[in-house]
Design a protein around this ligand. Structure first.
Ligand SMILES: [Fe+2]
Length: 200
């Protein structure tokens, strides 16, 4: 993984946080909830099956997500919009499409990660996937997940020392974890330890 990939990974992470948060914020407005319920009821009236109604209701919650990126001064302007302001409001449909499509792509990756993050390089994980069968992103999460668990305080254990964690990952490289992914972790250890300052 080169520097460019690292940068794009960081950018993707930041974007995903923003995307998901905007979707959630938008879905929580009274307007979105009302539209969702009304659509669900109309779909029922139309005789659509339960599963389809659920899809419509949930999707309708997000119809105005693009408005999250329109200036508040325009969205909540108490008087009539100027033609220029109306042009800006109109962009919320295309913005919404892009944000939802982008989030859908992120969620597709998230779904694979959720399924595979307890797989082990040697096939001794939950589903006995091994090596290249395991998605590389799931391998990243598997390493990050265990690192965080070991380096954090839990009700049942103290944080492990960095030395002990290093020894554990070194011993498990090629067994529990993908060896290249362990190397990546070691390469960023000094940068991530400050995340845990005052939390140990
Ligand atoms: Fe898990």
């Amino acid at each position: 993984m080169n520097g460019d990939t690292d940068m794009s990974t960081n950018t993707t992470t930041a974007t995903s946080n923003v995307c998901l948060q905007r979707l959630i914020d938008s879905a929580k407005s009274d307007h979105s909830k009302h539209v969702s319920v009304i659509c669900g009821m109309m779909a029922k009236k139309a005789g659509l099956p339960h599963n389809e109604r659920r899809f419509i209701s949930q999707a309708a919650l997000l119809h105005d997500v693009g408005k999250e990126e329109i200036p508040l001064s325009i969205i909540s302007k108490p008087s009539a919009l100027t033609p220029e302001e109306f042009e800006i409001v109109k962009t919320h449909t295309a913005i919404g499409f892009e944000r939802i499509a982008e989030t859908a792509r992120i969620l597709a990756v998230a779904a694979v990660i959720a399924l595979e993050h307890h797989e082990r390089e040697n096939g001794h994980g939950y589903y006995h996937m091994a090596g290249t069968d395991i998605h590389p992103y799931a391998k990243l999460v598997a390493v990050a997940d265990v690192f965080d668990a070991l380096y954090s305080r839990r009700a049942y254990k103290d944080p492990w020392s960095v030395e002990k964690i290093r020894a554990y990952f070194t011993e498990q490289a090629g067994k529990q974890f993908d060896a290249d992914t362990v190397t990546l972790l070691f390469g960023i250890l000094d940068e991530i330890l400050p995340l845990y300052e005052n939390k140990q």
